[in-house]
Write a protein that binds this ligand. Sequence first.
Ligand code: SF4
Ligand code: SF4
Length: 104
Amino acid sequence: MAKDCEKSIVERVPRRTLAVNKRKANFAPVDLGLREEDAVREAQRCLGLQSCESCDMCDLLCPDLAITRDEASGKVVIDLEYCKGCGICAYVCPKGAIQMVLEE
Ligand code: SF4
Ligand code: SF4
């Protein structure tokens, strides 16, 4: 069975976009990109080894839809009622945040 990710969560930096009312009047790019400090934070989220990077690969590839994210804590939660223990989530996780363990 898959064991819940216990690593600390690093939230994604929200995307900055041009306000809708300003989009109507010009052809300026809608995606405003990242500020320097946000870009550094995103790079740390992606490259850090000690945290779940919130990439959602485990969630996307779980064939049994057994993985959700706790809204309050942001942690990845595995519903063992639905998990069939295939190990895909653990295999695709770039941080090794999900581990397969023997069921007791
Ligand atoms: S990918 Fe497989 S092991 Fe991971 S939670 Fe889904 S069913 Fe369980
Ligand atoms: S695949 Fe790993 S790093 Fe990505 S959201 Fe799932 S637990 Fe976090």
